[in-house]
Design a binder for this molecule. Sequence first.
Ligand code: ATP
Length: 358
Amino acid sequence: MNSGREYEVALILGDGIGPEISGAAVAVLEATGVSIRWREFAAGEAARQCHGHPLPAATLAAVRTIGVALKGPLLAPKQTGRLVVRHGDADVTYPSVNNALRRELEVFANVRPIRSFPGVPTPFPSLDVVIVREVTEDTYIGWEEMKGPDEAWAIKRITRQASERIFRFAFEYARARGRRKVTAGHKANVLNLTDGLFLASGRDVAVAFPEVPFDDCMIDALCLRLVKQPDTLDVLVLPNQYGDILTDLCAGIAGSLGLAPGANIGARVAFFEASHGAAPDIVGQGIANPIALILSGAMLLGHLGEAAAERRIWEAVARVLREGRHLTPDLGGHARTTDVTRAIIAALGRAEGVTGSA
Ligand code: ATP
């Protein structure tokens, strides 16, 4: 049952394959019957061309006001370079448009549920994890400098306040979603102060959630566990950089980057985006896998309180993958983005048992 409300949602189509998969996600969300008034805003290369800046102030202001957005991927820094956002008289430099968007909108938790799906070839059929990545600090604050011509430094910033906030978020998420446990990933044996503070914050917060089991794991050992015993892991709480890296590892072992959705949650704004990038190597070919962004859209519906519609999309995606007739090339098939989208919309109309969501 949908609530019958009409929601206003900001839409950023994105770069590269963004417009192709954003169109797919919008079509699937509309097919659930939830009423959404889409408000499109520019960011990325389209914005650079039309407005002279990849992150126009008007886009940021609109997303802040609306509070919820669906966002296609934006080109990575290797394609765009660093980004400067003007605040009054001061310039703030960010390492990428994505990084700027997250920090300007003050989101702090990047939530990425990644699971194996029956029908998708993987040696790890029991993978079902949720990465909760802290996105306001760590090495991705972009403080790098040359100390002479042959030496470069990067600052890794970890604070108790941001670390406790991300752990509280993760424990509340685990409790609300009935997840089995929370695991902190770190390298506190080497980075005693920074990762040490992150881990200590996790342990402090865990005391307030005695009903949610908590453990921790060195980041290298965590990679090993992910490929050896993925069923011993559930919600993974990670500083920014490890979270970025582990997402691709998890998506790869689940079968494709094209299956990994994501949410960016803050106190006032939440925006939803696939974990993958703009995939410039396949742009315009019509073969991009839309599922990660479609599932991100499902998470958006859940965030709006439309839990039944969220669950229906996860079920429809699971069904299409299990049937195996409409798979894009990244999953070993020959289907096009539009074929997969149509198949998911058709599956939405067919009832079946609950396969679960994040
Ligand atoms: P970023 O640094 O933003 O992650 P990237 O170029 O390193 O960007 P992606 O853009 O995610 O990484 O692309 C990595 C590989 O995965 C590419 O070969 C791309 O074609 C593929 N890929 C990413 N997303 C999809 C998708 N939705 N469907 C099919 N292939 C994809």
